[in-house]
Design a protein around this ligand. Structure first.
Ligand code: SAM
Ligand code: SF4
Length: 335
């Protein structure tokens, strides 16, 4: 085992989120433009390269690996990668292997994921209305995702729903989504829309529904108990006393969560972003490809990057304009 990764602000880096593809079978309006140009295949890390890099991180103390994208389950042969990563669960070096998915392919893969040691999965779902679902995802079908959620639960995976809070879109579904999760024994987390990527006509401020509004609406209907637990990330949780449900709020724009940040993100091209809201990154692919048989320089590149992890991000909607906007899409860094 190598020396653990600790950043300049004494935060241990124990959580790696890895985007394994920039492609997706949906085109969610807040995430992608309708006509996306995707990366040529040679730009992507191969599954073997992804394995090598992730394994180096695990060797340096990363305990939790979240696979994301794009849509991770549309990457060809992705199950072989999950299978490869499961050896780190077996050895005890990794505590958790998990993924964030739009759910469209869970019908095919839920059982295989469970067999690879995946215990929990985050499924993104913003509406329970089939027409609205088709509108917000542009290409998605709600029934397919519902079958995916069924398959995941049947395979014994714990499902958490992530819903992006969108003004004028799912405000009327706050309680239907909450009740749906209660009936299915799923946690629910609301995500505030973030200024990622240039989406053409979509206006960020038009989509922005602050989570403090959702919280206030919950408080009118339920008794809320603040939970102190933290995953080291931007989510804050409450329990609804009447149903016992845990509801999460991811509020990167209205809550400063950076002080407890324990994570870094790797893109499918091997760029390591030390902060979701800053442009600084390290090119791990170059280190990897320049040294096919020697991990020492790759580890050095990782440590170098962690030494540059900034204190925090600069997103801000407070002045009625989008400050700190990032030009890259969420599907690039992985949400
Ligand atoms: N395709 C998978 C999915 O949808 O779950 C994984 C990747 S997706 C980029 C990860 C998460 O980011 C999803 O929950 C999605 O809703 C969220 N997301 C995408 N664009 C966003 C944005 N501009 N603001 C906030 N959340 C966003
Ligand atoms: Fe695809 Fe996920 Fe982005 Fe939707 S949010 S377009 S499902 S990557």
């Amino acid at each position: 085992m190598q020396t653990p990764l600790i950043d300049p602000f004494a935060r241990p880096i124990t959580y790696l989120r890895v985007s394994v593809t920039d492609r997706c079978d949906f085109r969610c309006v807040y995430c992608m433009a309708e006509n996306m140009t995707f990366l040529p295949k040679k730009e992507l890390l191969t599954l073997e390269e992804l394995d090598r890099l992730c394994s180096l991180f695990v060797g340096m103390g990363v305990k939790k690996l979240r696979i994301t994208g794009g849509e991770p389950l549309v990457r060809k042969n992705i199950m072989s990668f999950f299978q490869a990563m499961s050896r780190h669960l077996d050895s005890g070096d990794l505590d958790e292997l998990t993924l964030t998915t739009n759910g469209s392919q869970l019908g095919r893969f839920a059982a295989d994921l469970a067999a690879c040691g995946v215990r929990r999965v985050n499924v993104s779902l913003d509406t329970l209305d089939a027409d609205k679902f088709a509108r917000v995802t542009r290409w998605g079908r709600l029934d397919q995702v519902m079958r995916g959620i069924d398959a995941a639960q049947q395979a014994g995976l714990r499902v958490k729903l992530n819903a992006v809070a969108l003004k004028g879109f799912n405000e009327d579904e706050q309680f239907t989504l909450t009740e749906f999760c209660a009936t299915r024994d799923m946690d629910l987390t609301w995500i505030e829309v973030m200024p990622m990527g240039d989406l053409g006509n979509e206006d960020r401020l038009d989509q922005y529904w602050p989570l403090k509004d959702l919280r206030a609406r919950y408080a009118e209907r339920y008794d809320l108990v603040d939970l102190t637990e933290s995953s080291g990330g931007p989510a804050r949780y409450v329990r609804l006393t009447q149903t016992g449900q845990k509801i999460g709020f991811i509020t990167p724009l209205t809550h400063n969560f950076c002080e407890s940040c324990n994570r870094v993100r790797m893109t499918c091209t091997g760029e390591l972003y030390m902060c979701l809201g800053q442009e600084d990154r390290a090119d791990l692919r170059a280190a990897l490809r320049d040294h096919p048989n020697d991990d020492t320089p790759v580890r050095a590149a990782i440590r170098d990057a962690i030494d540059r992890k900034p204190k925090g991000h600069d997103f801000d909607y407070s002045r009625q304009q989008v400050a700190g906007q990032m030009t890259r899409h969420m599907s690039h860094t992985g949400g």
